[in-house]
Ligand binder design. Structure first.
Ligand code: HEC
Length: 251
């Protein structure tokens, strides 16, 4: 835990970078993962942190796959941290902008503005700002684990493995995709575009009327979704298509 004490000391010394709010240590149930001795590998199979290619490893956090969708969905709405609006100079639309404008410091949670604002206790300072929903603890944990892993821009080949489109489960496959990529914009009191994807019934309605597949496959006549982001990986689109064809059930 030397690094932690070190970074807290550093934090006390370096008070000059625009922080009215002192970072607080996360308390339960937000867990932080101690990755200092071995940033990635807990299974002892000798994997190393510089792995940048295929296939996707379960213990590695990949920025584009795991972190960027959370930022796009929760932070780049109109008036916020997209390239046009750039609120407070912060732009969260790709790796480089995120690291530079949200002051992400590898291995240093408390020194990273990005982490500080999503764990802020003060309702006037926490991001995303109400009435937008706060990040879930699992999203916060993922972002903190990514910073502790070195805040790198690792990528992997999603389709290197088999894409399983048999008996696709709503709870295990479809809903997690929606939560990560869509729900930040499409839930709450005034969902973007008037489209609510906040619960199963709402997602099912958009599945059955053709909108869900239309926007993610980016068919002509549909606004491409997720907004401001790349197309979803083909495997996820195929899985959602299969789930819809099988009746869009709550399975
Ligand atoms: C950054 C915010 C944002 C994210 C993320 C996002 N949307 Fe949207 N969505 C919007 C906005 C804004 C509109 C209204 C666009 C318009 O009418 O021009 C919209 C419109 C839609 C529509 C109606 C489009 C149409 O052609 O009528 C659907 C369906 C939709 N979104 C589904 C999704 C799905 C599914 C995802 C995730 C894969 C997603 N959205 C991710 C902001 C977002």
């Amino acid at each position: 835990m030397g690094w932690l004490i070190g970074s807290m000391l550093l934090q006390l010394i370096v008070t000059g970078y625009g922080c009215e709010h002192m970072p607080t240590m996360p308390d339960d149930p937000i867990t932080t993962i101690d990755t200092t001795t071995n940033p990635i590998d807990t299974s002892g199979n000798g994997m190393d942190t510089t792995v940048t290619s295929n296939p996707c490893e379960p213990d590695i956090i990949y920025f584009e796959r795991d972190i960027l969708p959370i930022l796009i969905s929760n932070c780049t709405t109109s008036g916020c941290h997209n390239a046009q609006d750039a609120q407070d100079g912060v732009i969260l639309n790709n790796y480089q902008n995120t690291v530079e404008t949200a002051d992400v410091r590898p291995f240093d949670l408390l020194g990273s503005d990005l982490y500080e604002v999503i764990t802020e206790d003060d309702p006037d300072k926490v991001m995303p700002r109400p009435p937008n929903a706060p990040l879930t603890n699992s999203q916060i944990n993922l972002i903190s684990a990514w910073i502790l892993q070195g805040a790198e821009d690792l990528s992997c080949d999603e389709t290197a493995g088999q894409c399983d489109t048999e008996d696709v489960s709503y709870n295990e496959v479809v809903e997690p995709i929606i939560i990560t990529n869509c729900r930040g914009c499409h839930s709450g009191g005034s969902p973007s575009g008037g489209i609510d994807l906040g619960d199963f019934a709402a997602v099912r309605a958009q599945a059955l009327n053709g909108n869900l597949y239309g926007v993610i496959e980016r068919l002509p006549g549909f606004v491409p979704m997720p907004l401001n982001a790349d197309k979803l990986p083909q495997c996820q689109i195929d899985q959602i298509e299969s789930w819809i064809e099988n009746g869009a059930l709550q399975n």
